[in-house]
Ligand binder design. Structure first.
Ligand SMILES: C[S@@+](CC[C@H](N)C(=O)[O-])C[C@H]1O[C@@H](n2cnc3c(N)ncnc32)[C@H](O)[C@@H]1O
Length: 192
């Protein structure tokens, strides 16, 4: 072991003892190391989006599409934008970020599978569309409307050069989830 390696080992040991391993990784780790330790914001999105970029690169693609079904006030979509920028720096693969939402909250519920004891039409309505669009600043698209009516045109128009690599389904109700999952049916050239 070289002197440099020894110093680095001692530094890690002392740091970890004093503040814990997470603090050490957060301060010294690169993006992949922090992701592996679950130390980036929205680790569930980070994991899938990073894998999507890696797989896209493996297949010689320079771009991949990542989707959030259910945007509400946009916290998740803004996290996806931040992650896409970090992942682009890490992999060189560009990420097209797309959100889907009615803009008016949950659509009317259609039966017991939508859990009317938990939810009501209109729940999670977007509070301030203009502010969200300003924060997004052109770094993501939002497809407005009921997913049931928008999903097929979106999937049909996916560019095989930027295939679908990641989806988050966060729409709360069964009927909307079923519609969202239509993006995975068929069209093998349009997804990873
Ligand atoms: C729990 S919120 C999403 C929260 C967001 N993913 C986040 O992490 O910040 C659920 C959203 O799904 C949307 N949604 C539910 N069903 C939908 C449908 N059929 N079409 C479009 N949007 C829908 C609602 O408008 C609501 O804003």
């Amino acid at each position: 072991m070289s002197g440099k390696q020894l110093v680095s080992r001692i530094k890690r040991k002392l740091w970890t003892k004093a503040a814990g391993e997470d603090a050490y990784i957060t301060s010294t780790g690169d993006f992949r190391t922090r992701e592996r330790h679950g130390l980036v914001k929205r680790p569930n999105y980070a994991y899938g989006m990073l894998r999507a970029a890696d797989v896209a690169k493996y297949f010689g693609k320079r771009k991949v599409t990542a989707v959030e079904f259910g945007v509400a006030s946009g916290h998740g979509l803004l996290n996806m934008i931040e992650l896409s920028e970090a992942i682009e720096r890490e992999t060189g693969v560009e990420i097209r970020v797309v959100g889907f939402d009615t803009g008016k909250g949950l659509p009317p519920l259609e039966g017991y599978k939508d859990h009317p004891e938990l939810w009501r039409g209109g729940d999670f309505a977007m509070e301030d569309r203009e502010t969200l669009m300003r924060k997004i600043g052109g770094r993501a698209e939002i497809i407005w409307g009921d997913i049931r009516d928008t999903i097929d045109a979106f999937t049909d128009a996916l560019d095989p050069a930027a295939p679908l690599g990641f989806v988050s389904v966060d729409v709360d109700i069964y009927t909307a989830t079923k519609s969202a999952l239509r993006c995975l049916a068929g069209r093998p050239a349009r997804s990873l």
